[in-house]
Design a protein around this ligand. Structure first.
Ligand code: NI
Length: 333
Protein backbone atom coordinates (compact mmCIF):
# COMPACT_ATOMS: atom_id res chain seq x y z
CA UNK A 1 0.00 0.00 0.00
CA UNK A 2 2.82 2.38 0.89
CA UNK A 3 4.35 1.72 -2.49
CA UNK A 4 1.01 2.39 -4.16
CA UNK A 5 0.65 5.64 -2.20
CA UNK A 6 4.18 6.68 -3.07
CA UNK A 7 3.46 5.91 -6.79
CA UNK A 8 0.28 7.94 -6.59
CA UNK A 9 2.13 10.79 -4.91
CA UNK A 10 4.86 10.80 -7.50
CA UNK A 11 2.27 10.69 -10.28
CA UNK A 12 0.41 13.60 -8.69
CA UNK A 13 3.66 15.48 -8.34
CA UNK A 14 4.48 14.84 -11.97
CA UNK A 15 1.06 16.11 -13.07
CA UNK A 16 1.36 19.21 -10.95
CA UNK A 17 4.81 19.88 -12.31
CA UNK A 18 3.58 19.37 -15.86
CA UNK A 19 0.59 21.61 -15.21
CA UNK A 20 2.85 24.36 -13.92
CA UNK A 21 5.09 24.00 -16.93
CA UNK A 22 2.19 24.11 -19.40
CA UNK A 23 0.38 27.06 -17.83
CA UNK A 24 2.92 29.64 -16.78
CA UNK A 25 0.63 32.65 -17.45
CA UNK A 26 -1.62 31.75 -14.54
CA UNK A 27 0.88 32.49 -11.83
CA UNK A 28 1.95 35.57 -13.81
CA UNK A 29 -1.59 36.90 -13.76
CA UNK A 30 -1.23 37.30 -10.05
CA UNK A 31 2.07 39.10 -10.25
CA UNK A 32 2.45 42.84 -10.68
CA UNK A 33 1.39 44.32 -14.00
CA UNK A 34 4.83 45.43 -14.93
CA UNK A 35 6.03 41.86 -14.78
CA UNK A 36 3.17 40.70 -16.92
CA UNK A 37 3.73 43.15 -19.66
CA UNK A 38 7.40 42.45 -19.68
CA UNK A 39 7.32 38.70 -19.41
CA UNK A 40 4.27 37.53 -21.27
CA UNK A 41 3.11 40.09 -23.77
CA UNK A 42 3.38 38.01 -26.92
CA UNK A 43 1.19 35.02 -26.09
CA UNK A 44 -1.77 36.84 -24.48
CA UNK A 45 -1.73 39.69 -26.98
CA UNK A 46 -1.64 37.37 -29.94
CA UNK A 47 -4.56 35.40 -28.63
CA UNK A 48 -6.46 38.61 -27.89
CA UNK A 49 -5.85 40.27 -31.22
CA UNK A 50 -8.03 38.08 -33.43
CA UNK A 51 -11.37 38.99 -31.82
CA UNK A 52 -11.25 42.72 -32.70
CA UNK A 53 -10.19 41.77 -36.18
CA UNK A 54 -13.19 39.56 -36.50
CA UNK A 55 -15.44 42.34 -35.25
CA UNK A 56 -14.15 44.57 -38.00
CA UNK A 57 -14.70 41.97 -40.65
CA UNK A 58 -18.28 41.35 -39.65
CA UNK A 59 -18.02 39.03 -36.72
CA UNK A 60 -18.21 35.65 -38.41
CA UNK A 61 -17.51 32.51 -36.51
CA UNK A 62 -14.35 32.26 -34.56
CA UNK A 63 -13.11 29.75 -37.07
CA UNK A 64 -11.35 32.61 -38.84
CA UNK A 65 -9.28 33.34 -35.79
CA UNK A 66 -7.06 30.35 -36.19
CA UNK A 67 -6.83 31.07 -39.87
CA UNK A 68 -5.69 34.58 -39.04
CA UNK A 69 -3.21 33.10 -36.65
CA UNK A 70 -1.87 30.92 -39.39
CA UNK A 71 -1.49 33.86 -41.74
CA UNK A 72 1.13 35.85 -39.85
CA UNK A 73 3.69 33.08 -40.03
CA UNK A 74 2.98 32.83 -43.75
CA UNK A 75 3.35 36.58 -44.04
CA UNK A 76 6.64 36.42 -42.30
CA UNK A 77 7.62 34.00 -45.01
CA UNK A 78 6.20 36.20 -47.75
CA UNK A 79 8.59 39.10 -47.27
CA UNK A 80 11.00 36.56 -48.64
CA UNK A 81 14.10 37.44 -46.79
CA UNK A 82 15.87 34.97 -49.00
CA UNK A 83 16.17 37.33 -51.98
CA UNK A 84 17.75 39.91 -49.73
CA UNK A 85 20.15 37.33 -48.54
CA UNK A 86 20.75 36.31 -52.11
CA UNK A 87 21.44 39.95 -52.94
CA UNK A 88 23.94 40.03 -50.14
CA UNK A 89 25.57 36.95 -51.44
CA UNK A 90 25.54 38.40 -54.94
CA UNK A 91 27.09 41.69 -53.95
CA UNK A 92 30.60 40.30 -54.03
CA UNK A 93 29.90 39.05 -57.55
CA UNK A 94 28.57 42.41 -58.76
CA UNK A 95 31.76 43.25 -60.55
CA UNK A 96 30.05 42.35 -63.81
CA UNK A 97 26.86 44.31 -63.17
CA UNK A 98 28.17 47.82 -63.89
CA UNK A 99 28.97 46.65 -67.40
CA UNK A 100 25.31 45.71 -67.80
CA UNK A 101 24.11 49.20 -66.85
CA UNK A 102 21.63 50.40 -69.42
CA UNK A 103 21.46 54.16 -69.69
CA UNK A 104 18.01 55.52 -70.37
CA UNK A 105 16.98 59.04 -71.37
CA UNK A 106 13.90 60.76 -70.03
CA UNK A 107 12.89 62.96 -72.99
CA UNK A 108 10.99 65.31 -70.70
CA UNK A 109 13.72 65.88 -68.12
CA UNK A 110 16.51 68.46 -68.39
CA UNK A 111 19.47 67.49 -70.53
CA UNK A 112 22.72 69.03 -71.70
CA UNK A 113 25.35 67.94 -74.22
CA UNK A 114 28.95 68.37 -73.10
CA UNK A 115 31.38 68.42 -76.02
CA UNK A 116 35.16 68.22 -76.05
CA UNK A 117 37.33 69.26 -79.00
CA UNK A 118 40.88 68.61 -80.20
CA UNK A 119 41.49 65.20 -78.58
CA UNK A 120 41.90 62.47 -77.87
CA UNK A 121 44.49 63.28 -75.24
CA UNK A 122 46.51 60.49 -73.70
CA UNK A 123 45.75 61.58 -70.12
CA UNK A 124 42.97 64.15 -70.06
CA UNK A 125 40.55 62.32 -72.34
CA UNK A 126 40.91 59.30 -70.11
CA UNK A 127 40.31 61.38 -66.99
CA UNK A 128 37.16 62.82 -68.53
CA UNK A 129 36.01 59.33 -69.53
CA UNK A 130 36.71 58.09 -66.00
CA UNK A 131 34.31 60.67 -64.61
CA UNK A 132 31.68 60.04 -67.27
CA UNK A 133 31.89 56.30 -66.66
CA UNK A 134 31.61 56.75 -62.90
CA UNK A 135 28.37 58.68 -63.26
CA UNK A 136 26.95 56.75 -66.23
CA UNK A 137 27.10 59.91 -68.28
CA UNK A 138 28.15 60.52 -71.88
CA UNK A 139 29.55 63.33 -73.99
CA UNK A 140 30.55 64.06 -77.56
CA UNK A 141 34.19 64.19 -78.58
CA UNK A 142 35.16 66.15 -81.69
CA UNK A 143 38.53 64.61 -82.45
CA UNK A 144 41.38 65.60 -84.73
CA UNK A 145 43.29 63.21 -86.96
CA UNK A 146 46.79 63.78 -85.61
CA UNK A 147 45.61 62.77 -82.14
CA UNK A 148 43.03 60.16 -83.13
CA UNK A 149 45.55 58.00 -84.94
CA UNK A 150 47.75 57.89 -81.83
CA UNK A 151 45.06 56.67 -79.44
CA UNK A 152 42.67 54.21 -81.07
CA UNK A 153 42.13 52.56 -77.67
CA UNK A 154 40.71 55.79 -76.28
CA UNK A 155 38.35 56.06 -79.24
CA UNK A 156 37.15 52.52 -78.60
CA UNK A 157 36.63 53.30 -74.94
CA UNK A 158 34.49 56.28 -75.90
CA UNK A 159 32.28 54.07 -78.03
CA UNK A 160 32.11 51.42 -75.31
CA UNK A 161 30.87 54.03 -72.84
CA UNK A 162 28.17 55.25 -75.21
CA UNK A 163 29.90 58.50 -76.06
CA UNK A 164 29.67 60.03 -79.51
CA UNK A 165 32.79 60.42 -81.61
CA UNK A 166 32.62 63.26 -84.09
CA UNK A 167 35.06 64.90 -86.46
CA UNK A 168 37.05 68.03 -85.83
CA UNK A 169 38.87 67.44 -89.13
CA UNK A 170 42.12 65.65 -89.75
CA UNK A 171 44.55 68.58 -89.64
CA UNK A 172 42.56 71.25 -87.79
CA UNK A 173 42.84 73.69 -90.68
CA UNK A 174 40.46 76.58 -91.13
CA UNK A 175 38.15 74.89 -93.61
CA UNK A 176 37.23 78.18 -95.25
CA UNK A 177 40.79 78.39 -96.55
CA UNK A 178 40.54 75.04 -98.30
CA UNK A 179 38.99 74.15 -101.61
CA UNK A 180 35.95 71.95 -101.43
CA UNK A 181 37.95 68.97 -102.60
CA UNK A 182 40.70 69.63 -100.07
CA UNK A 183 38.10 69.90 -97.32
CA UNK A 184 36.53 66.59 -98.33
CA UNK A 185 39.94 64.92 -98.52
CA UNK A 186 40.82 66.16 -95.05
CA UNK A 187 37.52 64.97 -93.58
CA UNK A 188 37.86 61.58 -95.29
CA UNK A 189 41.28 61.00 -93.73
CA UNK A 190 39.94 61.36 -90.19
CA UNK A 191 36.86 59.34 -91.06
CA UNK A 192 39.15 56.46 -92.01
CA UNK A 193 41.18 56.73 -88.80
CA UNK A 194 38.06 56.66 -86.64
CA UNK A 195 36.54 53.85 -88.68
CA UNK A 196 39.70 51.75 -88.38
CA UNK A 197 39.66 52.21 -84.61
CA UNK A 198 35.96 51.80 -83.91
CA UNK A 199 34.14 50.57 -87.01
CA UNK A 200 32.12 53.77 -86.94
CA UNK A 201 32.28 56.58 -89.48
CA UNK A 202 31.59 59.95 -87.90
CA UNK A 203 28.82 61.96 -89.49
CA UNK A 204 28.97 65.02 -87.25
CA UNK A 205 31.67 67.66 -87.81
CA UNK A 206 32.73 70.71 -85.87
CA UNK A 207 34.78 73.02 -88.10
CA UNK A 208 38.00 74.25 -86.46
CA UNK A 209 37.72 77.77 -85.02
CA UNK A 210 34.04 77.65 -85.86
CA UNK A 211 35.09 79.00 -89.23
CA UNK A 212 32.52 78.40 -91.94
CA UNK A 213 31.45 79.55 -95.36
CA UNK A 214 28.60 78.27 -97.48
CA UNK A 215 30.73 75.39 -98.77
CA UNK A 216 31.64 74.27 -95.25
CA UNK A 217 28.07 74.68 -94.07
CA UNK A 218 26.22 72.96 -96.86
CA UNK A 219 28.58 70.92 -99.05
CA UNK A 220 30.56 68.64 -96.75
CA UNK A 221 28.09 65.79 -96.87
CA UNK A 222 28.08 65.88 -93.06
CA UNK A 223 26.25 67.75 -90.34
CA UNK A 224 28.17 70.86 -89.24
CA UNK A 225 27.76 71.45 -85.52
CA UNK A 226 29.02 74.43 -83.56
CA UNK A 227 27.90 75.08 -79.95
CA UNK A 228 25.56 77.20 -77.92
CA UNK A 229 27.71 77.72 -74.81
CA UNK A 230 31.41 78.57 -74.99
CA UNK A 231 33.18 77.98 -71.67
CA UNK A 232 36.45 79.50 -72.97
CA UNK A 233 38.27 76.71 -71.15
CA UNK A 234 41.07 76.94 -73.73
CA UNK A 235 41.63 80.58 -72.72
CA UNK A 236 41.59 80.61 -68.93
CA UNK A 237 42.77 77.02 -68.41
CA UNK A 238 41.63 77.20 -64.80
CA UNK A 239 39.61 74.34 -63.32
CA UNK A 240 37.96 76.51 -60.67
CA UNK A 241 36.99 79.15 -63.22
CA UNK A 242 35.44 76.43 -65.38
CA UNK A 243 33.55 74.95 -62.42
CA UNK A 244 32.18 78.37 -61.49
CA UNK A 245 31.27 79.05 -65.10
CA UNK A 246 28.90 76.08 -65.00
CA UNK A 247 27.58 76.84 -61.55
CA UNK A 248 26.87 80.48 -62.40
CA UNK A 249 25.63 80.02 -65.94
CA UNK A 250 21.97 79.50 -65.17
CA UNK A 251 19.75 77.22 -67.19
CA UNK A 252 21.77 74.76 -69.27
CA UNK A 253 18.79 72.75 -70.45
CA UNK A 254 19.13 71.99 -74.16
CA UNK A 255 22.59 73.53 -74.50
CA UNK A 256 25.61 72.28 -76.43
CA UNK A 257 28.63 73.17 -74.30
CA UNK A 258 32.04 73.68 -75.88
CA UNK A 259 35.17 72.50 -74.08
CA UNK A 260 38.50 70.93 -75.00
CA UNK A 261 39.91 67.61 -73.86
CA UNK A 262 43.56 68.63 -74.20
CA UNK A 263 43.77 70.77 -71.07
CA UNK A 264 44.49 69.45 -67.58
CA UNK A 265 42.24 72.12 -66.09
CA UNK A 266 39.26 70.96 -68.10
CA UNK A 267 39.75 67.31 -67.13
CA UNK A 268 40.21 68.32 -63.50
CA UNK A 269 37.06 70.43 -63.51
CA UNK A 270 34.92 67.61 -64.90
CA UNK A 271 35.37 65.65 -61.66
CA UNK A 272 33.28 68.39 -60.05
CA UNK A 273 31.15 69.59 -62.96
CA UNK A 274 29.73 66.22 -64.03
CA UNK A 275 28.35 65.19 -60.61
CA UNK A 276 27.19 68.77 -60.01
CA UNK A 277 25.20 68.81 -63.26
CA UNK A 278 23.62 65.47 -62.37
CA UNK A 279 22.75 66.77 -58.93
CA UNK A 280 21.02 69.71 -60.61
CA UNK A 281 18.85 67.22 -62.47
CA UNK A 282 20.54 67.32 -65.88
CA UNK A 283 20.97 64.26 -68.01
CA UNK A 284 24.28 64.30 -69.82
CA UNK A 285 23.65 63.23 -73.39
CA UNK A 286 25.42 63.22 -76.74
CA UNK A 287 24.77 65.86 -79.35
CA UNK A 288 22.79 63.42 -81.48
CA UNK A 289 20.72 62.41 -78.46
CA UNK A 290 20.08 66.06 -77.59
CA UNK A 291 18.90 66.74 -81.13
CA UNK A 292 16.51 63.78 -81.11
CA UNK A 293 15.16 63.82 -77.58
CA UNK A 294 15.22 67.53 -76.88
CA UNK A 295 14.73 69.19 -80.27
CA UNK A 296 12.89 66.33 -81.97
CA UNK A 297 15.25 66.32 -84.93
CA UNK A 298 17.64 63.84 -86.44
CA UNK A 299 20.90 65.32 -87.68
CA UNK A 300 20.97 65.84 -91.42
CA UNK A 301 23.83 65.97 -93.85
CA UNK A 302 24.64 69.39 -95.34
CA UNK A 303 22.92 71.15 -92.48
CA UNK A 304 24.54 73.79 -90.31
CA UNK A 305 23.78 73.91 -86.60
CA UNK A 306 24.98 77.02 -84.79
CA UNK A 307 23.77 79.28 -82.03
CA UNK A 308 21.22 81.00 -84.26
CA UNK A 309 19.82 77.65 -85.30
CA UNK A 310 19.20 76.61 -81.71
CA UNK A 311 18.01 80.05 -80.66
CA UNK A 312 15.04 79.65 -82.98
CA UNK A 313 14.05 76.32 -81.53
CA UNK A 314 12.28 75.36 -78.35
CA UNK A 315 12.12 72.00 -76.75
CA UNK A 316 9.98 69.70 -78.84
CA UNK A 317 6.71 68.21 -77.67
CA UNK A 318 7.45 65.22 -79.86
CA UNK A 319 10.84 63.77 -78.92
CA UNK A 320 12.32 61.28 -81.32
CA UNK A 321 14.14 58.14 -80.42
CA UNK A 322 17.67 57.98 -81.71
CA UNK A 323 17.78 55.32 -84.42
CA UNK A 324 20.23 52.49 -84.02
CA UNK A 325 21.81 53.40 -87.31
CA UNK A 326 23.67 56.72 -87.39
CA UNK A 327 22.80 59.59 -89.65
CA UNK A 328 23.41 58.82 -93.30
CA UNK A 329 26.21 60.86 -94.74
CA UNK A 330 25.85 62.38 -98.16
CA UNK A 331 29.50 62.53 -99.01
CA UNK A 332 30.03 63.80 -102.53
CA UNK A 333 32.13 61.67 -104.90
NI1 NI B 1 39.73 72.92 -82.23
Amino acid sequence: MKRLLSYLLTICLLFSVCACAITPPEPDSGTPDTDITNNTPPSPLETEDPPPVDNDTGGDTGSEQPSDDTVPPEQTDEPVIDPGQEDDTQSPDETEEPEEYIRTIDPYAPMVALTFDDGPHELYSQQILDVLEQYHAVATFFEVGYNARLYPDILRRMVDLGCEIASHTNAHHDLTTLSRDAMLTDLAKLDQIIYDATGITPTLVRPPYGAVNSTVKYESGRAMMLWTVDTKDWYHRDAQVLIEYFQNYGNLDGEVVLMHSIHASTAEAMATVVPWLIEQGYQLVTVSELMAYYYGELLEANHYYNQNYFAKRDRTEYPLELPAEPMQTDIPP
